[in-house]
Design a protein around this ligand. Sequence first.
Ligand SMILES: Cc1cc2nc3c(=O)[nH]c(=O)nc-3n(C[C@H](O)[C@H](O)[C@H](O)COP(=O)(O)O)c2cc1C
Length: 339
Amino acid sequence: MDRQRRQRKDQHIENYLKTRARGTTLLDCVYIEHNALSDVSLKQIDTSIEFMGQKIAMPLMVDAITGGGDSSASINEDLSSICEAINIPMAVGSESIALTDESSRESFELVKQKEDLFRVGNLGFERNYDDFIFARDLIDAKAMQVHLNIAQELVMKEGDNDFHSSIDIIGELVEKFPYPIIVKETGSGISKEVAQKLIEKNVQYIDVAGKGGTNFIEIEDLRDFEMDYSDLYNWGIPTAKSIIDVRSASDDVFIIASGGIKTAMDVVKSIIIGADMAAMTGEVLNYLLRGGYQACEDFLKEINHKIKIIMALLGVRNIEELKKVDYKLIGELKELVED
Ligand SMILES: Cc1cc2nc3c(=O)[nH]c(=O)nc-3n(C[C@H](O)[C@H](O)[C@H](O)COP(=O)(O)O)c2cc1C
């Protein structure tokens, strides 16, 4: 069982690199305007934000990827060093394997050596309170992510197919758990109705993980040659729509924009339409595995620099001002969000 889970972790990484179906975030349908009389200097621009009471360098984190597979330790070692150096948060992949397989724990625990790293843990909603405490403690996390991944489970041969009472389980966890909880999708997005249900259960952090990037239906499809799920590859709520929908459910919920975030422009547009910060997974993994440690660190530093450049082009000095920038929705996104 644990051997199969270890293999699955490695297959997810390998298959991610092979996937082709990306869909669209629809962030291209967000129009923002150049300010030729921008009244700022690049040096003045501050991209830092406060996230759960801690100052981070820019409104971006590296989202959940791995732990427990053969390739996990080196990926987590590299990403944790890079995120600590840049001062952005990092989530480890699902820690469910570590609950039962002692030998898998080291590949998660190693992130604890990065003392200044903002560490985030990760488990599925079906886990109980004690499991969440164990996973939190394993990496001394500041917060735990609860992932919702029904699209993946349903196409995974050995996956779950009963999702009864998920909202009540999450509600109970949020009520009791002594650390912040982030509820996240994994590439299919969060709708307004789902956000409303989560907010009713006092969920304060939602990571939308919408359509437009990593495609878990395709990743799982590549593990199983008996079935062909390619007609489902386009399933999901585009990330831009998901951000707008979740924001329309609440002014206060903290929104992490993710799912196909690849560029500084994606980060900036996500914040302008309602997110508080963004998260990247696939693109960071691409840079790390295809380009290496330095390429990955340089890529994230460049993102920070380019966010500043775009803010200068818009004439804003900090992220609070960025949130107030005017925008227009065009094309498909406009059609989708307008009743
Ligand atoms: C190889 C791989 C493994 C992942 N494993 C997890 C996981 O264990 N837990 C989780 O919540 N999300 C997991 N994700 C989903 C990401 O955290 C993220 O929500 C999703 O990939 C969308 O972001 P992206 O388009 O920037 O990749 C994984 C993604 C990839 C590519």
